[in-house]
Design a protein around this ligand. Structure first.
Ligand code: SF4
Length: 587
């Protein structure tokens, strides 16, 4: 297959268990692939105002021209209507799925309808097989499901296995999809959409290879990229400690949310820092396919068998900065073992770690303030640092045991509208807060970002640079910077490259990379395309009822000081309005 020919879309109809392939090269040429193609397909396939948990909600997986060709182009984009925010659902995952989809010959996969019994899909270059998953439905561990499918579906080529756990089956709106055991489509509830379709898993594999138009030019640009990533040492920090290096640095600058953002200094820092975890628990590092960096850190936790002295099982548990923040610092867990055990349970059940931690932190503060008692929690006393009780609460959330846990299972925005405590319910546009409290740009970024994620526009990064240089920018300037960064990130998400590579994949480098595979696009055309894609995403959100003016700003972020001092609501609103002005055409 030629590297510049990305055109096949695989459509799968779960209602009738049939599939077909359409050639749409013009869609990829115009929208680059990945999130660009994905948002166009979502607008085509998702009827307005549907229930996100109905069969009408499509799941779109999309990859880009760089997958399988260039280093760190290792991600897959999933788009759907989110059951959590009720507007745009977008999630990115690494692992092997991006390369597997490409090697199977597809640029995108659209899954529609729902099955009337549990199924899993086996996809390769020859098409799709619909297999009965009744025996897998209800299994308590996503790891076990992966193991069974690995043995049962031993297909040749590059293979990826996506699956949901109990949380997805129960349609918890912040359930995730696990891929390759240690990677996830984490945010905004893709797992619940799988569950609503009775889709337990997807096994996808491919054996194709890619040809480039200018092999000599390709070799030269590839070497240039490789040297920038590896020989320069730019990515060494990701390899050595991984994203969990942020725990120490954010704590140092008082930007680490602790105890539901009641404070920003963590007393368990010596146990839960990336350095401490690497020293005491690091079992192995792994990489997404076609990535020489290998930033994924896996802890090895030794767990003794009950009543069996000197017998242990070793649990391999992935950890990153965000889960440490949400399931560690936010809950004030000061023991690494305690944090890893919560993390393990969250992975087994297939929940989004960030949403889960933020929801439990809110519930703990509610109990602290007497808003709820053990009557609501059915006897559980939620206490900061008590990991065993948190694990039990997580089990009850997934099984929706009683009214209170059912409310928690719907997210912190819903639970706080039912029980109170809205001022300290840390949700942005309906999505639970990421782990940064660095200043004004951070929170404007969470609020306006199309996914309400730190990854949309990295406002936290703007703040960290400003804080380090002792500079200040006006809310308007911040709104503009966020708009520019988020627009540009649409290009990266269309190729689809890992954001850790963003300093290497500049507009000029991307343009050169395109040229050796036979596609002409210059840096300013790329930037324009990013803006167009962002506008399409915004269009979808507005269509589904989203409004930048009506965003709720949690009071807690205005109470706990950031390194820039206490934030003002009017500054945040001004930054949002500038972003809106630019997005709606005034740039
Ligand atoms: S840097 Fe890490 S997350 Fe990014 S592609 Fe490589 S292994 Fe995956």
């Amino acid at each position: 297959m030629e590297a510049h020919s990305l055109s096949k879309i695989l459509y799968i109809d779960l209602d009738n268990k049939r599939y077909w392939v359409k050639e749409r090269p013009e869609l990829f040429k115009e929208w680059l692939g990945g999130v660009g193609v994905g948002i166009k397909l979502l607008i085509e396939e998702c009827p307005k105002n549907i229930d996100p948990l109905s069969g009408e909600n499509p799941i779109i997986f999309a990859i880009g021209y760089f997958n399988g060709i260039y280093p760190l182009a290792s991600k897959t984009i999933a788009l759907f209507k989110s059951p959590l925010t009720k507007d745009l659902g977008e999630s990115h995952a690494g692992g092997r799925c991006g390369i597997a989809i490409r090697m199977a010959g597809y640029g995108a996969i659209v899954i529609k309808g729902s099955s009337d019994y549990p199924i899993y899909l086996v996809i390769n270059e020859n098409g799709v097989k619909f297999r009965d998953a009744s025996a897998l439905w209800g299994m308590s561990s996503t790891t076990a499901v992966g193991r069974i499918l690995r043995e049962r579906e031993g297909t040749p080529g590059i293979r990826s296995i996506m699956r949901i756990g109990r949380a997805g089956e129960k349609m918890i709106p912040y359930a995730c999809v696990i891929t390759e055991t240690f990677r996830t489509f984490g945010r905004l509830g893709l797992g619940a959409v799988f569950g609503s379709k009775k889709l337990k898993a997807i096994v996808i594999s491919g054996r194709d290879s890619l040809k480039v138009k200018d092999p000599r030019g390709y070799r030269s640009i590839y070497d240039e990229l490789y040297n920038s990533f590896i020989k320069s040492g730019a990515m060494k920090k990701y390899h050595d400690i991984g994203t969990s290096m942020n725990v120490m640095s954010l704590n140092l600058i008082s930007s680490l949310p602790v105890r539901n953002l009641q404070k920003t200094k963590f007393e368990g820092i010596n146990e839960l820092s990336g350095e401490a975890l690497a020293e005491k628990f690091l079992g192995r590092r792994i990489a997404c396919a076609h990535c020489p960096v290998s930033c994924i850190h896996i802890a090895a936790l030794r767990i003794p068998y009950e009543n069996e002295p000197y017998f242990y099982k070793i649990k391999m548990i992935p950890y990153d900065y965000e889960p440490i923040y949400a399931l560690g610092c936010m809950l004030d867990i000061r023991s690494a073992e305690g944090f890893l055990k919560i993390m393990d349970r969250v992975e087994e059940l297939g929940l989004d770690a960030m949403s889960t931690g933020v929801i439990l932190a809110w519930a703990t503060e509610c109990m602290e303030k007497g808003i709820i008692t053990t009557k609501e929690t059915d006897g559980l006393l939620l206490k900061w640092g008590d990991y065993k009780t948190y694990i039990e609460a997580i089990n009850r959330i997934v099984e929706m045991k009683g009214e209170f846990y059912e409310a928690l299972s719907k997210g912190v925005e819903y639970a706080s509208s039912k029980y109170g405590g809205k001022d300290f319910a840390l949700s942005f546009g309906g999505n639970e807060m990421p782990g940064y409290h660095c200043g004004l740009a951070t929170h404007i970024g969470f609020l306006v970002g199309m996914r309400h994620s730190h990854l949309d526009n990295a406002g936290y990064d703007i703040d960290q640079k400003l804080n380090a240089e002792g500079k200040k920018l006006s809310p308007k300037e911040i709104g503009k910077m966020i708009f520019e960064e988020e627009s540009w990130r649409q290009v990266l998400s269309s190729l689809v490259v890992c954001f850790f590579s963003r300093k290497v994949y500049t507009p000029e480098v991307i343009s050169k990379c395109f040229s050796v595979i036979g596609i002409d696009i210059n840096p300013s055309q790329l930037k324009e395309k990013g803006i167009e894609i962002l506008k399409e995403k915004y269009k979808f959100k507005v269509r589904e009822g989203f409004s930048l003016e009506k965003l709720r700003i949690p009071k807690r972020i205005l109470e706990t000081p950031t390194p820039q001092g206490v934030l003002k609501e009017e500054d945040i609103r001004e930054g949002i309005m500038e972003y809106k002005r630019l997005l709606e055409g005034g740039y």
